[in-house]
Design a protein around this ligand. Structure first.
Ligand SMILES: NC(=O)c1ccc[n+]([C@@H]2O[C@H](COP(=O)([O-])OP(=O)(O)OC[C@H]3O[C@@H](n4cnc5c(N)ncnc54)[C@H](OP(=O)(O)O)[C@@H]3O)[C@@H](O)[C@H]2O)c1
Length: 338
């Protein structure tokens, strides 16, 4: 039984994480993409990768100015010259598609590590230009689209890895009530439904969707695949993640951070561990906390959770195949049915 408890959280936050020297691997010749690497955990994880002699380190960021600053910062602090940024805005499916097209042309044909770190926490409904609630598109739909469009390049590399950054807040969703509606994602995207009470849970729900998606993707990789997919929580860390939260949630998170947060650098080691440690056998579909495999929430592994996971997969792929025709062939050629 895996349950969230405040005592466990305190213990987890106080436990020591491995040093970066213990996590280090030689990344010579390898291509690594870190999504959302201009600040926060993504920036610090990218800085760590930069110390491992990466063949190519791509920071996938939405704002050119902060991305360029991150590149210069990493070059100065690590001496790594193989770091660059590519534009990617997860609030736009067209931007995700353009990123994948650029990778097709300029990526060198193979991808070793994809760290899907970018995310937002908001308790206010905002629609993206594509018409989706912003955290559902950013944290779930576009994250899924990117992983699917890059799967062909990951499949060309031995022991490649997709790491999806989720959170222990997925434990807070004891049941996804939107699953009572015929279409879960449509329900989550409804403006009228997404009242402030509903939006108060939205970040937790979006991180639960990460867990469902990562596990569903891992299960659909065929036997003999070179790809492993894992899920990681960095724990509570200092970063700008609460910038879009309002009211009491911002205050509560601020207090938790004040008393319990890891530094951004320490938290980023969990991403590095998730991206580099173990192999397919030990990491496939696994949820990682404090650089250890742990159980996901009881809901995720319940019978109902199983059904919801499959429904969400079908709905997600159904939406994404309309956004980019390549999704259809990736699912048909590189994945098996669930
Ligand atoms: N910090 C914590 O305590 C904590 C705990 C559990 C899980 N997490 C997870 O850790 C991940 C990283 O968060 P963080 O704490 O480092 O927060 P952060 O400092 O706010 O960084 C978030 C990153 O995501 C990027 N991003 C947001 N929206 C984007 C979009 N539409 N397109 C492309 N990039 C976008 C941001 O870019 P901009 O700067 O341009 O907005 C930034 O680089 C998130 O998935 C979060 O859910 C964090």
């Amino acid at each position: 039984m895996a349950r969230f408890s405040f005592l466990k959280l305190i213990r987890d936050q106080r436990s020591e994480l491995p040093s970066i020297d213990e996590l280090k691997k030689n990344l010579t010749g390898k291509t690594i993409i870190v999504v959302g690497a201009n600040t926060g955990l993504g920036l610090e994880a990218a800085r760590h990768f930069a110390t491992m002699n990466p063949g190519r380190l791509i920071l996938a960021c939405r704002t050119a100015k902060t991305a360029e600053e991150a590149v210069q910062d990493i070059k100065t602090t690590t001496g790594c010259q193989t770091v660059e940024y590519w534009t990617l805005d997860l609030t736009s499916f067209a931007s995700v598609s353009a990123f994948a097209t650029r990778f097709e042309k300029e990526g060198g044909g193979k991808l070793d590590i994809l760290v899907e770190n970018a995310g937002i926490a908001t308790n206010v409904y905002r629609a993206t230009p594509d018409g989706y609630e912003s955290s559902i598109q950013t944290n779930h739909l576009s994250t899924a689209l990117l992983s699917l469009l890059l799967l062909p390049y990951l499949s060309k590399t031995p022991n490649s890895r997709v790491t999806i950054v989720t959170s222990e807040v997925h434990f807070f969703v004891s049941r996804l009530i939107e699953a009572d509606s015929p279409k879960i994602l449509d329900r989550l995207n409804e403006k009228e439904y997404s009242t402030s009470k509903v939006m108060a849970e939205r970040y937790n729900v979006s991180k639960l969707l990460n867990v469902f998606y990562g596990r569903a993707l891992a299960e659909r990789l065929p036997a003999g695949t070179s790809i492993s997919v894992d899920l990681v929580t960095p724990g509570i860390c200092h970063s700008k993640i609460s910038r879009n939260l309002h009211g009491s949630q911002k205050v509560v998170l601020g207090l938790l951070k004040f008393f319990l947060a890891r530094t951004t650098e320490v938290g980023s080691r969990t991403l590095v561990h998730a991206a580099l440690a173990g192999d397919q056998e030990t990491m496939q579909g696994k949820y990682l906390n404090k650089c250890n495999v742990e159980e996901v929430s009881d809901y995720v592994i319940s019978e109902e959770g199983r059904v919801v996971q499959d429904r969400l997969w079908d709905e997600t792929v159904g939406i994404l195949r309309e956004k980019d025709g390549r999704v259809e062939s990736v699912v048909r050629e590189l994945l098996r049915s669930g």
